[in-house]
Design a protein around this ligand. Sequence first.
Ligand SMILES: *Cc1c(COP(=O)(O)O)cnc(C)c1O
Length: 356
Amino acid sequence: MDKPKLFIPGPTHVDSELLSSLSEYPVGHRSTQFSELYDEVVDGVQKVLFTSNRILLGTCSATGLMEAAVRNTVQKRCANFVCGAFSKRWHEVTASCGIECDSISVELGKATKPEAVREVLETGKYDTITVVHNETSTGVMNPIAEIAEVVRDFPDVVLLVDMVSSMASVKVEVDILGIDVALASVQKGWGLPPGFAVCSVSDRVIERSEQISNKGYYFDFKVMEKYAKKSQTPTTPSIPHMQGLRSQLARIFQDGVENRFQQHIKLAEEVRSWVRQKFDTFAESGYESNTVTCAGNPNGIDLIDMANRLLERGYMISGGYGPLKGKTFRIAHMGNLQMNDIRDLLTSMDNVLDEM
Ligand SMILES: *Cc1c(COP(=O)(O)O)cnc(C)c1O
């Protein structure tokens, strides 16, 4: 392969067979064949998310659906829980839509805790909260089940969850937890090329959307819902991505969706134990992500030199993000990566460290 294998937290590794499923001959987006494709994709995504909520499809990256989620939901005020760059982005997205909102942040590397969520919701100021399940910039996986449990004590509060780097790699049972919107782009945990995004949307979000005006057209859940009922999208979607997603779903169910989740726990353990021997893990203990490990650099190793040497061997890892640039690096183990890929990478990293 002339291109480096991707161990960065998005876009993630796609093998050539899966890649070729995105180059099928297109179908018309008002045809029966399209609606069949649509239904298959929706049905599969529902199964992976353990939900009977409607699935809406976006020809955009995840940030588009982050914007859609807040625009269609917040009537009073939104609390954006921030623990890193992507959760911070959701606050910026919310504020830039002119929506009343506050950011509630923790120190980088720490998780958003259920007690903090309860304290904020007890103020009675908020009707919506945003939480990033897996904060890709710090390698922290927030305790989403415990957070959702708190939110269920506040029946008027809608829970929006960014699952960009966990969906289809980490098990999250959307209906049991009561997540109103769970969203992700497809180039991370789903393991497809970038350019498409999916979300599950609860009835009460659609009810709110009906009461909110001036939310634009492209991301209006009400419009998307109207077409979803006909197994269509309002505008021409990325049909290649839907064809790719159909193939990926078939693979996921063939291997077993539970096996896929278990597999990612094993990959995470493998990477974490290597990182602890050679560096240290940046995330708060007990909240380390099962899809991306963020490593600290206690011995002051030249991280750029290390990454370049790995690149020469055909592996791409990722540097620190935002304020963590130069101080940390990240190894992704999400999407399609298998144990032999991870072991190859770690062996190469051992060799690189020995020669540095
Ligand atoms: C990558 C990422 C995003 C942004 O996704 P895009 O598809 O690039 O818009 C948002 N949240 C998290 C947690 C991410 O990892």
